[in-house]
Ligand binder design. Structure first.
Ligand code: NAD
Ligand code: WQD
Length: 338
């Protein structure tokens, strides 16, 4: 199966390309390298023996996409490309709506012109806003608390309208919970530019000595130990979820929506303890005020994906922390520039 992978040089896209190649599929990558490095290709090749085709360019550039699709001969599109930093989205809403919403619309127009009807979109548990209860099922109400989340929600709503008007299309919305971890080899992982926004890369940069301590944002939530609880999912399990979607619902016309999570919640302090154990390094932390916009706890009910995609996450918190540490300690400064 030949599949266009937008954002395939990024964290989740690159791990998905490895899993695809190992399953005998052919990913064709489009990425503008805004938040990734071309050296990712060499790592994919090192792990799989295959260097995927890569087209450097922007999904908002229709002529570029038309040209890629004319050569690529794909039957499906995995759409990872976009901006993802919640705080930055508050400062730069225009960039977020332009990249995430406008970018997706240009992509779908180009797919239609090329006769491609299958799209799998990287959505997020952020579309559940502040859930009233946990675990979260796909029929929970959706809402947004920041421009990033609103951009994901807007794309979901646009895609639902498009699928209704074009019933031959297969559109799958995958709502990721908290992706963490790295390829087990330690060759690939998350490589945030600047100060990490997310917990796991921050912890691993403290462990490797790039940062002094972790600030724990709030210890007065009504959770197991007062700190925020999330559903952390190993990025390779998440990648496999895309393969499962491609091979099942991605071939069926309709609008398909799935949570990709484990169904388990871990607190910030539980993550710190698990990481310290995996790395054999004490992770220094300080208690700090709550971060604006954070919720107390959030985890998935993953049973719909299990029943219909025949997929479930199998990797444990020990795998997530050990694999992250292998990547971080082998590559303390992330991917090389060249
Ligand atoms: P990432 O930033 O590592 O990867 C995104 C890739 O898209 C990057 O390589 C970037 O250069 C590229 N890109 C961005 N805008 C582009 C454009 N206009 N044209 C071409 N390429 C472009 O992010 P990630 O963590 O791999 O996330 C992938 C997707 O999953 C995103 O859509 C994100 O919103 C979504 N998601 C991520 C998380 C998470 O915590 N990582 C959680 C839920 C959903
Ligand atoms: C996890 C927990 C923090 C950093 C975000 C997006 C969401 C999705 C995933 C894209 C929380 C605490 C964090 C730190 C801390 N992304 N924390 N100190 O907020 O659940 O989700 O990433 O779609 O849309 O909102 O993930 O990793 O930022 O935080 O104490 O330095 O760790 O308060 O409880 P979050 P996170």
């Amino acid at each position: 199966m030949r599949v266009l992978v937008t954002g395939g040089m990024g964290y989740i896209g690159s791990h998905t390309c490895v899993q695809m190649i190992e399953a005998g599929m052919t990913p064709i990558i489009v990425d503008n390298l805004y938040n990734s490095k071309e050296t990712v290709l060499a790592r994919i090749e090192k792990l799989t023996g295959v260097r995927p085709a890569f087209f450097e360019g922007d999904i908002r550039d229709r002529a570029f996409l038309d040209n890629v699709l004319a050569q690529a001969n794909v039957e499906s599109v995995l759409h990872f490309a976009g901006l993802k930093a919640v705080g930055e989205s508050v400062e730069k809403p225009l960039e977020y709506y332009d990249n995430n919403v406008h970018g997706t619309l240009v992509l779908v127009e180009a797919m239609r012109a090329a006769g491609i009807n299958s799209l799998i979109f990287s959505s997020s548990a952020t579309v559940y806003g502040e859930p009233e209860t946990v675990p979260i099922t796909e029929d929970f109400p959706t809402s947004a608390t920041n421009p990033y989340g609103r951009s994901k929600l807007m794309v979901e709503e646009c895609l639902a309208d498009i699928q209704k008007a074009l019933p031959e299309m297969s559109i799958t919305l995958l709502r990721y919970f908290n992706p963490v971890g790295s390829h087990q080899s330690g060759e690939m992982g998350e490589d945030p530019q600047g100060i990490p926004n997310n917990l796991m890369p921050f912890i691993s940069q403290v462990a490797v000595g790039r940062r002094e301590y972790l600030s724990v944002f709030g210890n007065d939530y009504s959770t197991v130990d007062g700190t925020g609880v999330r559903d952390y999912i190993h990025v390779v399990d998440l990648a496999d979820g895309h393969l499962a979607a491609l091979n099942s619902k991605g071939k069926e016309a309709g609008l398909h929506i799935y949570n990709l999570g484990t169904g388990n919640g871990f607190s910030v302090l539980q993550m710190v303890a698990a990481f310290s154990k995996a790395a054999g390094v004490e992770v220094a932390y300080q208690l700090a005020p709550r971060r604006a916009g954070d919720i107390a706890e959030c985890w998935a009910d993953p049973s719909k994906a299990r029943a219909e995609l025949h997929w479930e996450a199998t990797r444990t918190i020990e795998d997530m922390t050990a694999d992250t540490w292998r990547w971080q300690s082998n590559n303390p400064n992330g991917y090389p520039d060249v």
